[in-house]
Design a protein around this ligand. Structure first.
Ligand code: TYD
Ligand code: MG
Length: 455
């Protein structure tokens, strides 16, 4: 075995006494190597052509078809992937399962966790049914330790849980702070690019979708994956954002079960299909597809100012649709507290679901269920006019897949053999099933509706 003692920068040849993320000589990130290894690899500052390599290293399967698809056909050696999500959503579990699958397929991995002790990770592995003996654990708190150990081990993948828990002793701020997250990410990118080791990092995001600490690391990595869902329900969606090796916008669905994450097919799962009042099906876009999802509304009478509360839905769009309905639908329909939710807590911020929100609210207010097997698509404007939305072909396909037979839709979606598409120009056009309000509203709907309202 070779004895390696000398550490030097492969850019400027600066020698250093210990493992550091950033070279004190030239300021390069992740450029510190053991001198023998660096010498063998040659300087990365020398001129090279872009002639294709004899054989690009093949991608490795993560063991999850959906994750592979979102990544763009598996994990690319030397790539850096960020898995972002709110605390408790299942990032550590997904990371562990991917590490276990890769290890079992002969791709050695190192799991560096600064969030959990070895015993905690071992306990999770047992719960998920993974043989922990096949996984190499490393404390992921000190960047220099991680770099040194991973250099020596040379695994296929380094999994880091999380980037915010990692600390670069040479950077000034607190762990999790902007400069810490940035310097640790830069060092790991340097490691991946100089060694060909793939790196998979988890990163916490806050409720409004910001990476706690900075979003800045998104530009440094090759692929950004977002793990999403309502922590109280078991449903999880993994979606691909920026991707240097595949298409953006691919999506995979999971269920967080008692023994870990399980891939599922969500089609039909997010509709109750039982024709209850207060429920209407929307067809939101989810990545490159659309999905039929029930929107639910509840009205609780009250004298106060009227709360508006949502789960899964976009709060601002919900309030806007409620305000529009309040103005154009005759009678005090929406008095009291209004609650809105999506089935399974699926996050819906697609304005194309406004019309489904309107239908659910009116159905809740009147007690009249929306027509069976119907879906609603369109963006509601302040005047009550409904605007067409993009991705109509995907949305109609989703309606078909979920067994809908009738779609209320804005614009001219074109003829559809197996679906009855009812054109909608105004919110009231989509509410004909409620009965009287449409007639009462007349031609200049909004102004007349105001007049017909009791004082
Ligand atoms: P975790 O992966 O720790 O989330 P994150 O790393 O994003 O914070 O998952 C935490 C939640 O998942 C926790 O509430 C427990 C639940 N869980 C299951 O329901 N089943 C399981 O098999 C595991 C491991 C966790
Ligand atoms: Mg975690």
């Amino acid at each position: 075995m070779k004895v390696r003692t000398l550490l030097e920068c492969n850019e400027c040849r600066q020698q250093v006494a210990r493992w550091v993320g950033r070279c004190p000589g030239c300021g390069g990130w992740g450029t510190i190597h053991e001198a023998a290894a660096a010498g063998a690899a040659g300087s990365s500052a020398s001129l090279q052509t872009l002639a294709p390599d004899a054989e690009d290293e093949p991608r490795a399967s993560t063991g999850f078809t959906g994750v592979d698809r979102v990544l763009g056909d598996g994990l690319v050696p030397g790539s850096v992937t960020l898995l972002a999500g709110e605390p408790g959503i299942g990032k550590s579990t997904l990371l562990l399962q991917v590490v276990a699958n890769l290890s079992a397929a002969g791709h050695p991995c190192v799991l560096a966790s600064g969030e959990e002790s070895r015993a905690q990770v071992a306990r999770r592995a047992r719960r998920v049914g993974i043989d922990g003996r096949a996984i190499s654990y490393l404390s992921g708190r000190e960047l220099a330790d991680v770099l040194r150990t991973v250099h020596a081990a040379g695994p296929f993948l380094l999994a880091v849980d999380s980037i915010q828990a990692l600390r670069d002793a040479d950077a000034s701020s607190m762990p999790g702070g902007t400069s810490q997250v940035r310097s640790c990410t830069d060092a790991l990118v340097g490691l991946a690019k100089s060694t060909g080791i793939a790196v998979l990092l988890t990163g916490h995001v806050t409720k409004d979708g910001d990476l706690a600490g900075p979003r800045t690391l998104e530009h440094a990595v090759d692929v950004v994956l977002t793990f999403d869902g309502d922590p109280r329900s078991g449903l999880r969606m993994l979606s691909g954002g920026k991707n240097r090796f595949g298409r953006e916008g691919e999506v995979a669905w999971f269920e967080m079960a008692v023994h870990g994450l399980r891939e599922i097919d969500p089609v039909g799962l997010l509709r109750s299909g039982c024709g209850e009042p207060g429920s209407a099906t929307g067809l939101p876009l989810a990545g490159r597809r659309a999905l039929a999802v029930d929107v639910q509304a509840l009205i609780s009478p009250g004298d106060g100012p009227g709360r508006r509360q949502v789960a899964g839905l976009d709060a601002r769009r919900f309030q806007l649709v409620a305000a529009v309905l309040d103005r154009i639908v005759p009678g005090p329909l929406l008095r009291g507290d209004l609650f809105g939710a999506s089935l399974g807590g699926v996050r819906i911020d697609d304005p194309g679901c406004d019309l489904a929100v309107a239908a659910a609210l009116v159905s809740a207010a009147t007690g009249i269920p929306a027509p069976p097997d119907s879906a609603f698509v369109g963006e509601v404007g302040l005047t009550g006019r409904v605007r067409p939305v993009t991705g109509m072909a995907h949305r109609l396909a989703a309606a078909r897949a979920a067994g809908c037979s009738r779609v209320f839709a804005a614009g001219e979606p074109g003829p559809s053999e197996d679906l009855l598409v009812i054109p909608v120009a105004h919110v009231l056009d989509a509410l004909s099933w409620v009965g009287p309000p449409e007639e009462a509203a007349g031609s200049d709907r909004s102004s007349q509706a105001r007049e017909t309202r009791p004082a």
